[in-house]
Design a protein around this ligand. Structure first.
Ligand code: NAD
Ligand code: TYD
Length: 336
């Protein structure tokens, strides 16, 4: 099989390429990535694949990259809710226009299978129970609204043009190579540096944590065996309040809770996400293999052992973003 994987220089896509390499060493993999602030060539270092640098909203480069591919897996995205609240156009361009360009090329080139990587955030917040694939889409942020628009475009193309497409909606992922703008890596790196950990509002928001390797196995299973036109929810095995997550990381890094600093809440902050994964479990036999206790210990160990990966990030654009967003500077990279 020849696969086009978009956005694979980011966190989840780079793990997905590794997963495919392990499961099917003979597959050919082409990566199309714009290399935004979140995309790095280093994420695919030593991994056998071809990298094309370009945007999924560019029809010409998309056609060149997709030529001869049997399947497309679309990870390309702007992935941070807080950034979408400050400036939304890149989210609209990549999630809506980018998805449309990919779908046009899938149709024109007769690609056999398309998989859209999506998120639990398209369903919005749920205080009790869990969302199923039948739940209505009710997104809260520009990030999730544009992801929902991408999902709807995929479904519309299944209905109108009879393309063979599947959508995978994952809950909050964590693991190696996640950009430190997100809660878990931010907490790990701030804890290692003895920097305060900014917790939004009361910190009692709930997320359903999914180890990145488990999500990638689910995506690959859905790509190969999912029913055409279907969406599959992929939730993690454990849900946790943000404060519990932060406390766990503080324990693992040998820091105490005095580092926790409650800061102004995120506007429109979703209180709880929860997915029912019954469909993918029953239809495709997927099960998460990594519980939160194990995954978080592995993640902390990875960041501790891979300074080479995060030091340049903390010296670059992220430093300015952090200061703008949190109103205080990051401690210098050398103090960890
Ligand atoms: P990420 O921000 O780490 O990586 C995104 C990648 O997409 C980067 O390499 C970036 O350079 C690339 N990119 C951005 N715009 C592009 C464009 N126009 N053309 C080509 N490449 C582009 O994101 P991630 O956390 O790895 O998320 C990947 C996908 O998984 C996204 O679609 C996201 O919505 C979805 N998702 C993420 C989570 C999570 O917890 N991180 C959970 C569920 C679903
Ligand atoms: P995040 O990692 O941004 O993922 P998402 O918004 O997609 O769930 O945030 C996870 C949770 O952590 C969310 O409830 C917001 C909260 N959070 C903080 O409390 N402080 C922070 O500095 C960040 C980035 C997130």
């Amino acid at each position: 099989m020849k696969l086009l994987v978009t956005g694979a220089c980011g966190f989840i896509g780079s793990q997905y390429v590794r997963t495919v390499r392990e499961l099917r060493p003979d597959d050919q993999i082409v990566v199309l990535d714009k290399l935004t602030y979140a995309g790095r060539r280093e994420n695919l270092e030593g991994v056998d694949c071809e990298l094309i640098v370009g945007s999924i909203d560019d029809p010409q480069i998309v056609r060149e990259a997709m030529e001869g591919c049997d399947a497309v897996v679309n990870f390309a995205a702007e992935s941070h809710v807080d950034r979408s609240i400050k400036a939304q156009y890149d989210f609209c361009r990549t999630h809506v226009l980018g998805t449309a360009v990919l779908l046009d090329a899938v149709r024109e080139l007769g690609v056999e299978r398309y998989l859209q990587v999506s998120t639990d955030e398209v369903y919005g917040s749920i205080l009790d129970g869990s969302f199923t694939e039948q739940s209505p889409l009710d997104p809260s942020s520009p990030y999730s609204a544009t992801k929902a628009a991408g999902d709807l475009l995929v479904s519309a193309h299944v209905t109108t043009y009879k393309i063979d497409a599947v959508i995978c909606r994952g809950s909050n992922n964590y693991g190696p190579r996640q950009h430190p703008e997100k809660l878990i890596p931010l907490t790990i790196l701030n804890a290692l540096h003895g920097d305060p950990i900014p917790v939004y509002g009361d910190g009692r928001q709930v997320r359903n944590w999914l180890f990145v390797e488990d999500f990638c196995r689910a995506i690959d299973l859905a790509l190969r065996e999912g029913r055409p036109g279907e969406a599959y929810n992929v939730g993690g095995p454990d849900e946790c309040e943000n404060l519990e997550v932060v406390r766990r990381v503080l324990e693992l890094t040998g820091r105490d809770e005095s580092l926790i600093e409650h800061v102004r809440d995120r506007p429109g902050h979703d209180r709880r996400y929860s997915l029912s994964s019954q469909k993918i479990r029953e239809e495709l036999g997927w099960e998460p293999q990594v519980r939160f206790d194990e995954g978080i210990a592995r993640t902390v160990a990875w960041y501790r052992d891979n300074r080479w990966w995060w030091e340049p990030i903390r010296r670059g654009e992220y430093r300015e973003y952090y200061e703008r967003h949190y109103g205080r500077p990051l401690k210098s990279a050398t103090s960890a």
